[in-house]
Design a protein around this ligand. Structure first.
Ligand code: HEM
Length: 417
């Protein structure tokens, strides 16, 4: 029986939105579970749905997701100050809640200002200056295990690769790098939350430690400026005015949290695919120019997580009445595999352009995407220079995957001759 033929709602809410069995949307699965096939089936069955009694509404189709991401005032993502400027909301796990006097337009405009203030550190030109260091970090990590004939890809390579680079870019001293890696990894492990609440909550000891660390780094760079990103954020201005303490804290926290598990998860998904596809290993080993398109296509078909938006006014959305304060959620893997988007029913590792939404779309598109792409490509290139051919080191049933928040594969054993 196919997943598509087994999808049915267990009920509908008062507006007719289907409520699906939570078993269709697990949080952690075994490596042999075709959870993406299950989500594909849900997308084909329902343009919108809810998971059991959970209030969040999932948006499943590519065009609809693009539309909601493009309208950042109606479908709001809290700006960096609202999300991370005050660390209290993060520490108690409550996050952003729109108050009665909340102004989405002002909030969105402030975010544009903040992004502009730090953009210089995210341009392709700036990121390219880090390319030699990216190669060095990849080679340093590979030297730890390439002679051994086996490794845990996640716990020995991808978990460290970008966090080591970003720690250096942020201006953290080398003695702190491993500690930062451990905290970043821990924050994105799913923890049990209240009954029916299925989203990731980032509170906890590791989160607390990262927030304290970020505050300490900011204070240090105010006194001892250098060429790090933290120092840049502390000293940058908009229209001649320095950023507030809250703004700097917000920017630094989102950068620490947004950069580590994302690249780790993406690389894990790529190498999980490559481990079963020797023809694609050969392609990237023989032609480094093929890496970027392959990486983007695997980001499309194996997108690692999803993001939500808060509805800021009562609105009719594709025939469904939405209310101010409700939450919508998009799982990137689901919308990026929508066959309504021409060509998306086939895996094409040479696809260009690739209009996937894995970096989001519109005003809140990933500001770090050039970092992500450059670094990913270097991590793949350096690996294949030394280990051109490899396969899974365990039976697929022994793998687990954390599917819609967090780090993808917590462990990915690979072996080679
Ligand atoms: C493959 C790796 C990555 C993926 C798939 C990814 C994906 C995303 C997505 C989907 C968003 C939008 C979040 C939302 O709408 O709520 C986002 C935002 C963001 N990302 Fe990335 N990201 C990656 C790597 C990075 C890296 C390496 C950095 C930093 C160097 C970074 C920094 C950020 C920041 C600061 C934001 C917030 C932008 C804003 O709120 O305006 N990301 N990322």
């Amino acid at each position: 029986m196919t997943a598509a033929s087994t999808v049915k709602a267990i009920g509908v809410d008062e507006r007719g939105i289907p409520m699906v069995d939570p078993a269709f949307v697990p949080q952690v699965v075994g490596g042999d579970v075709d959870w993406r096939g299950q989500l594909d089936a849900l997308r084909e069955a329902f343009p919108l749905f809810r998971v059991g009694e959970d209030k969040t509404i999932w948006v499943t189709r590519h065009e609809t997701a693009r539309e909601l991401f493009a309208d950042g005032e109606t479908f709001y993502e809290p700006n960096w100050v609202q999300q991370f400027g005050s660390h209290d909301a993060l520490l108690d796990g409550s996050g952003f809640k729109p108050t009665d006097d909340f102004d989405a337009v002002a909030g969105a405009h402030r975010q544009v200002r903040l992004r502009r203030a730090v953009m210089e550190h995210f341009t392709p030109k700036y990121v390219k200056t880090w390319e030699p260091r990216m190669h060095e970090v990849a080679r340093e990590l590979l030297a730890r295990f390439s002679d051994r004939g086996e490794c845990d890809f996640v716990n020995e390579y991808s978990k460290y690769f970008f966090p080591y680079l970003s720690a250096q870019w942020l201006g953290a001293p080398k003695k702190d790098w491993d500690q930062l890696v451990q905290w970043q990894h821990e924050i994105f492990q799913l923890k049990p939350t209240t009954e029916g609440d299925r989203m990731l909550h980032m509170s906890g000891q590791a989160m607390n430690s990262v927030l304290q660390y970020v505050s300490g780094l900011i204070a240090e760079k105010r006194v001892n400026p250098d060429d790090s990103f933290t120092s840049y954020a502390v000293h940058t201005t908009v229209d001649g005015t320095p950023l507030t303490e809250e703004e700097v804290r917000g920017i630094m926290t989102i950068t620490v949290l947004g950069s580590a598990h994302t690249v780790t998860a993406h690389l894990g998904e790529i190498f999980r695919h490559l481990a079963d596809h020797p023809e694609h290993q050969k392609l990237v080993a023989e032609d480094p120019d093929a890496i970027d398109a392959l990486g983007e296509e695997l980001l499309r078909v194996r997108s690692p997580f999803g993001h939500s938006r808060v509805v800021t006014k009562d609105i009719d959305f594709h025939g469904v009445q939405l209310h101010r304060g409700e939450q919508l959620f998009v799982m990137y893997s689901m919308v990026n595999r929508d066959p309504r988007c021409p060509g998306f029913d086939q895996v094409d590792v040479e696809r260009r352009p690739n209009p996937h939404l894995a970096f989001n779309y519109g005003p809140r598109r990933c500001i770090g995407l050039h970092w992500a792409r450059f670094a990913r490509n270097v991590a793949i290139e350096e690996w294949h220079k030394q280990i051109p051919s490899y396969r899974l080191g365990v039976d697929v049933t022994e793998l687990t995957e954390q599917i819609y928040a967090g780090t993808g594969f917590p462990s990915l054993p690979l072996v080679w001759k």
